[in-house]
Design a protein around this ligand. Structure first.
Ligand code: BMA
Length: 298
C-alpha cells in the first residue's frame, strides 16, 4: 500500500495462526516477533490493528480448513477430550496480547476477530460442524479465558461471511456482552464477471448490518474483502468505493499479499493494473489512510 500511494493503511490486519502451538512463526511464515513489532509500529502511527486467528484443528492436528473429522468444537468444550489443550492454546493467545505493549508499558488496543466466517463451513468452527449453542459457547470460553488472563486491550468483532442476512447472520451471535463490532467478510469471486453479484450481495449485507449496528448500538465494518489478483483495473473506484460509500462503516480491509502463492494478493504493487486506480481511491476525500487519521487527532 505504501509503495503505491505513499501512506500506510489506517487499519492493518495480522493473523495469529500457529501461535497456539508455541511456534516462533505464523502459518504464513512470519515470526510473531515481527508481527509484534509491526503492530507496535502501526499503533505508533495512530493506526488501528485487527487480528484474525487461523488456528489449527485441535482434534486432528490439521489446519483451520481440516473439516473431515466431525466433533472438533465438541472436543474443546468443557468435558471434551481437547478442552484442556484448547485452554492452553487460549493462554498462548492471551500471553501474546498481554505482551503487546509500548516501551512505556502501555498495552496496545486490538480488534480481535475470532471464529470468523462461521456462516460458511470451510473452517472447523463453521456452520455444518457445530450447533448454534456450541458456537456461542466457543465464543464465551474464548472471551472468559482471555478476561481471566487479564487481557483488557481487546475489542471483539463478529464477522460472518455473506451467506445471508437476518437469521442466517444472527443465529450464532454470542450476545452483545461478548461483541463490540459487527462485521462481514465478503469477496468478489470470478473476476470481472463477479462484480455485479458482489455489489448486490454486499449492498444487502451492509444494509442489514447498518440496521443491526443501530439496534445493538455497535459500530460496523467491512472486516475482509478483495478481488484476488486485482484483475479489474478500476476495481477500487468503480466497484469497491460505490459500495462502501453508502454505509456508515468504520473501515474496510483487503486481504493479504502472499509471498509464497502466485496471484494470492489483494493490494496493488507499483505497476500492477489497478495501481493508478488505487491512488485515485486513496485521494478520494472519503477514504482515510494513516496520515489522514493522524491529522484528525492533531
Ligand atoms: C487465508 C489465506 C491463507 C492464509 C490465511 C491467514 O485467507 O490467505 O493463505 O494462511 O488467510 O493469513
Amino acid at each position: 500500500v505504501k509503495s503505491v500511494c505513499g501512506d500506510y493503511p489506517a487499519v492493518m490486519s495480522f493473523d495469529l495462526g500457529h501461535i497456539e502451538l508455541g511456534d516462533a512463526k505464523s502459518l504464513d511464515n512470519i515470526t510473531f516477533e515481527k508481527i509484534r513489532t509491526e503492530m507496535i509500529n502501526q499503533y505508533k502511527r495512530g493506526g488501528m490493528i485487527s487480528v484474525s486467528w487461523h488456528l489449527n484443528n485441535p482434534l486432528t492436528g490439521g489446519d483451520s480448513w481440516d473439516v473431515k473429522t466431525p466433533g472438533v468444537v465438541t472436543s474443546v468444550l468443557p468435558g471434551g477430550a481437547k478442552h484442556e489443550l484448547f485452554l492452553a492454546w487460549l493462554d498462548r493467545v492471551a500471553a501474546f496480547f498481554n505482551n503487546l505493549t509500548t516501551e512505556e508499558g502501555d498495552k496496545i488496543p486490538v480488534l480481535f476477530r475470532p471464529w470468523h466466517e462461521h456462516t460458511g463451513s470451510w473452517f472447523w468452527w463453521g456452520k455444518e460442524h457445530c450447533t448454534p449453542e456450541q458456537y456461542k459457547q466457543l465464543w464465551q470460553i474464548t472471551r472468559n479465558r482471555l478476561d481471566v488472563k487479564g487481557v483488557n486491550n481487546l475489542l471483539y468483532a463478529y464477522s460472518p461471511g455473506t451467506e445471508g442476512i437476518g437469521d442466517v447472520y444472527m443465529e450464532r451471535y454470542p450476545g452483545d456482552e461478548y461483541v463490540d463490532l459487527l462485521g462481514v467478510d465478503g469477496y468478489q469471486f470470478g473476476g470481472e464477471a463477479g462484480a455485479e453479484g458482489f455489489t448486490k450481495t454486499m449492498n444487502s449485507m451492509l444494509t442489514f448490518i447498518t440496521k443491526m449496528g443501530k439496534e445493538h448500538n455497535k459500530p460496523i465494518a467491512f472486516t475482509e474483502t478483495g478481488l484476488e489478483a486485482l484483475t479489474m483495473s478500476n476495481w477500487w473506484t468503480e466497484i469497491l468505493l460505490p459500495i462502501v460509500d453508502k454505509y456508515p462503516i468504520a473501515y474496510v480491509l483487503v486481504w493479504r499479499n502472499a509471498r509464497e502463492r502466485d496471484n494470492h494478493f489483494y493490494a496493488p504493487y507499483p505497476g500492477q493494473v489497478s495501481a493508478t486506480d488505487f491512488v485515485k481511491f486513496y485521494q478520494n476525500p472519503k477514504t482515510l489512510f494513516s496520515q489522514d487519521v493522524k491529522n484528525l487527532y492533531k
